[in-house]
Design a protein around this ligand. Sequence first.
Ligand SMILES: [Mg+2]
Length: 175
Amino acid sequence: MEERPLLLLDVDGVLNPLGRQVRGFRRYEVTVGGTVYTVFLHRDHGAKLLRLAEETGAALTWATTWEHLANEWIAPRIGLPSLPVVELAGAEPVADGMSAKTPHVAGFVKGRPFVWFDDALGPEDERYLENHPDVGEFLLIQVDHRHGLTDEHLDRARDWLSRFGPEKDDAIPGQ
Ligand SMILES: [Mg+2]
């Protein structure tokens, strides 16, 4: 059974800032179902996230309304491999002020520790997760949708995940 911590990743407002174009970001036009979306992506985000995952032993996972399309349209453009996806279909109504993703995340994590980078989480999400029987330890990192993911967010995730540590048995085989 998979026990590694998870790094849950939003796209819009996190990897694709919603403010004015910021230096270092590239503009892409993405056509989904006949609708053209403009996204701004930063190549460095992929490498930094991969390094964070490697250092902490955590598994990168999409938690975005792009769902599986994130593997098609976002991941290759920032150098990420295809990642597992928290599926959001069949959403139940949620309390005011809560993200529609949160019950799906609760169902997905199955007690694994997780960090969640998102621009639309608040106290209601935190309360829901704290009271959910299938949710263990977690850290919500609220990202400013105007600027997207920063090194400071990544450092906070790294610090928090350091308590879990990579499997030492794997690091020193036979000892
Ligand atoms: Mg978002």
